[in-house]
Design a protein around this ligand. Structure first.
Ligand code: MN
Length: 197
């Protein structure tokens, strides 16, 4: 019903004329979200985050995501972040944990591609299995990506790999050619300057 609760509000207004919001963005998307933060901490890295059961499951990816299926990018699991973090862009004070500038490098929704008997495998089970496969619908990244856990004991590591699908493109390199925020189009330097001014 929430979907229809703004019908009357909208019918009364011409959004080509009023500056009032149409409410398009007030409905939280039903599809789970993903966000990739570019984080200029002691060492620059990308934080890959997937909404699972009300939190953002997170991995730090030192080199960032690739669109080339032959590239395997190390992804180090980090602590769950609150869902609201998907909206965060700003500067963490230098003396705080993760101090440095944070940019929303890409954001969108995702679909869980792991199915068994035509039913999606619960994301928590995918995480426990060490085998996550999702289709991203972002502004920079789209198509399938896998997060795979390999090795045992202290050699355990996760790898982020582009699936070899229609969106795979070995020639693209969005980490270097599209360095700016998808939220504000700002560079890291501009965020740092504006947020600490
Ligand atoms: Mn980080």
């Amino acid at each position: 019903m929430a979907r229809d609760s703004l019908t009357q509000y909208r019918e009364k207004r011409d959004f080509g004329k009023t500056p009032e919001p149409s409410g398009t963005f007030t409905k939280k998307s039903k599809e789970p979200v993903f966000v990739i933060h570019k984080h200029d901490a002691s060492r620059l890295h990308y934080d890959f985050r997937l909404e699972v059961d009300g939190v953002l499951k997170s991995w730090a990816v030192p080199k960032g995501p690739s669109t080339d299926p032959r590239e395997k990018r190390l992804a180090v699991p980090t602590e769950d972040h609150p869902l609201e973090y998907a909206d965060f862009e700003g500067v963490i004070p230098e003396d705080e944990y993760g101090g440095g500038t944070v940019m929303i490098w890409d954001r969108g929704t995702y679909e869980n591609l792991r199915k068994e008997d035509d039913e999606p495998v619960p994301m928590q089970k995918c995480l426990d299995d060490g085998h996550v496969t999702v289709r991203l619908k972002g502004e920079k990244l789209s198509g399938g990506y896998s997060l795979i856990r390999t090795g045992k004991g202290k050699n355990t590591r996760w790898l982020l790999v582009k699936m070899d699908d229609d969106e795979a493109d070995a020639r693209r390199n969005p980490v270097s050619t599209q360095p700016e925020s998808v939220l504000t189009t700002r560079t890291l330097e501009e965020i740092a300057e504006e947020e600490t001014a």
